[in-house]
Ligand binder design. Structure first.
Ligand SMILES: Cc1cc2nc3c(=O)[nH]c(=O)nc-3n(C[C@H](O)[C@H](O)[C@H](O)COP(=O)(O)O)c2cc1C
Ligand SMILES: CC(C)CC(=O)C(=O)O
Length: 395
């Protein structure tokens, strides 16, 4: 039986070595805990956790056409591999907001993760930290940000803000996030209201109404100040207050000045799909945008996110960091997004399924599999630097 390293790895950087780890473990009879094909995760998670929680994660706005458009847009772009280009040394690292990341990947903000696993955000954040990938903590996490920050040690952490109606709560969230060592603020623009989501409506499954995803709010002094009675005395009233204030359909571009004033670090606007909105982000002093349609969960019939990416990159790519999510499932999706001009991608639903199936190791498996496949795709297509990909790599 072969033992030891078979891939000449540089420790901690050779993502592709995961491929041989799986083969070699399998040869000793160890059954892989999760499949290598990420598209099987949803089905396995549903079998394990049932239709409510997995339906919430998998569900979309309207009839799901935006989610399908996300896949179609990525599938339409094709890689044109080049040969004989010496791809022994590969560099997946990228520079983002003054930090060097080992790979062009962060975990997308996903709220309410306790519906998938009891260790919820703490397990996902630890997995991200162990793999050197930034973890973006949702405002609607099921664990208070202080506990998640403590669980993940010195791992790179960004904070996603749901920019609600109460300024004092926003100010307090920013203060708490800063104190917890979150470096980048990700402001989600596409969720001022919750979309029409038929699957959740038919199952009457909305985590907040069950008190999940409210932990940052219920532990917040500014939020508590808006309640007639303490949370433990009237939980239903606290949930209703949360539902009423977490989104704000009244916000406009002018309001960004408040965030710029109260957050010193980089600010990234998530949910930008139009080049003019990207230009407005730049004019408002923002540092980056995430081209995203929230995984098709907000606007049915929307443009596929990868179809929106080239226009946004052309508008602001030389001045702002353009990130991408919505539909990323495989290593070749990461390759395509980078070739279209994204600096990094955010991974969404697949890591939530990995969490549901196997907690922290499940999330680590999903991250490693994605990056192994990306590194192999990069090399087999004749490229060595993630940061150097351009549209020329595509047909
Ligand atoms: C269950 C679930 C909860 C989410 N919660 C948030 C959230 O709290 N904040 C946010 O900005 N985006 C949230 N998102 C959107 C993700 O950050 C990301 O944009 C989306 O999952 C990308 O689509 P994909 O998972 O299909 O690739 C959520 C997505 C899912 C599936
Ligand atoms: C509406 C949110 C608070 C959670 C979310 O972003 C989502 O479910 O897509």
């Amino acid at each position: 039986m072969i033992g030891g390293d078979v891939t000449d790895p540089e420790p901690g950087r050779d993502w592709a070595a995961f491929q041989y780890e799986i083969y070699l473990n399998g040869m000793t009879g160890a059954v892989p805990r999760l499949p290598a094909d990420p598209t099987r995760l949803e089905e396995l998670a549903e079998a394990r956790l049932g239709p409510g929680p997995v339906g919430y994660v998998a569900g979309s706005a309207g009839n799901g056409s935006t989610e399908r458009a996300n896949r179609a847009a990525l599938d339409r772009h094709r890689i044109v591999p080049r040969m004989l280009r010496d791809v022994r040394r590969r560099d997946l690292s990228v520079e983002l907001f003054g930090a060097r990341l080992p790979a062009p990947l962060a975990l997308a903000p996903i709220g309410v993760l306790s519906i998938m696993h009891p260790e919820a955000e703490c397990a996902a954040a630890r997995a991200a930290a162990a793999q050197g990938v930034p973890f973006i903590l949702s405002s609607a996490s099921s664990t208070p940000m202080e506990r998640v920050a403590e669980a993940m040690g010195d791992g790179e952490r960004w904070f996603q803000l749901y920019w609600g109606k109460d300024r004092e709560v926003t100010r307090s969230f920013l203060d708490r996030a800063r104190a917890c060592g979150f470096t980048v603020l990700v402001v989600t623009l596409d969720t001022p209201l919750l979309a029409w989501r038929p699957r959740d409506l038919d199952q009457a499954y909305l985590p907040f109404l069950r008190g999940v995803g409210t932990a940052n709010y219920f532990t917040d002094p500014a939020f508590q100040a808006g309640l007639a009675k303490p949370v433990h005395e009237d939980r239903d009233a606290a949930v209703l207050h949360f539902v009423r204030m977490f989104g704000d359909p009244g916000k406009t571009w002018q309001d960004l000045a408040f965030l710029r004033e109260h957050w010193d670090g980089p600010i990234v606007l998530k949910g930008v799909l139009h080049p003019d909105d990207a230009r407005r982000a730049q004019e408002a002093g923002m540092d980056g945008v995430v081209v995203s349609n929230h995984g098709g969960r907000q606007v049915g019939g929307s443009i596929g996110a990868a179809d929106a990416l080239p226009g946004v990159v052309a508008a602001v790519g030389d001045r702002l960091a353009v990130l991408f999510d919505s539909g990323v499932r495989t290593g070749d999706d990461v390759f395509k997004a980078l070739a279209l001009g994204a600096r990094a991608v955010l991974l969404g639903r697949p890591y939530a399924y990995g969490l549901g199936l196997d907690g922290q190791p499940g999330v680590e498996h999903v991250i490693r599999a994605l990056l192994a496949e990306f590194e192999l795709t990069l090399a087999l297509s004749g490229h060595t630097d993630a940061a150097g990909l351009t549209p020329e790599a595509l047909g």
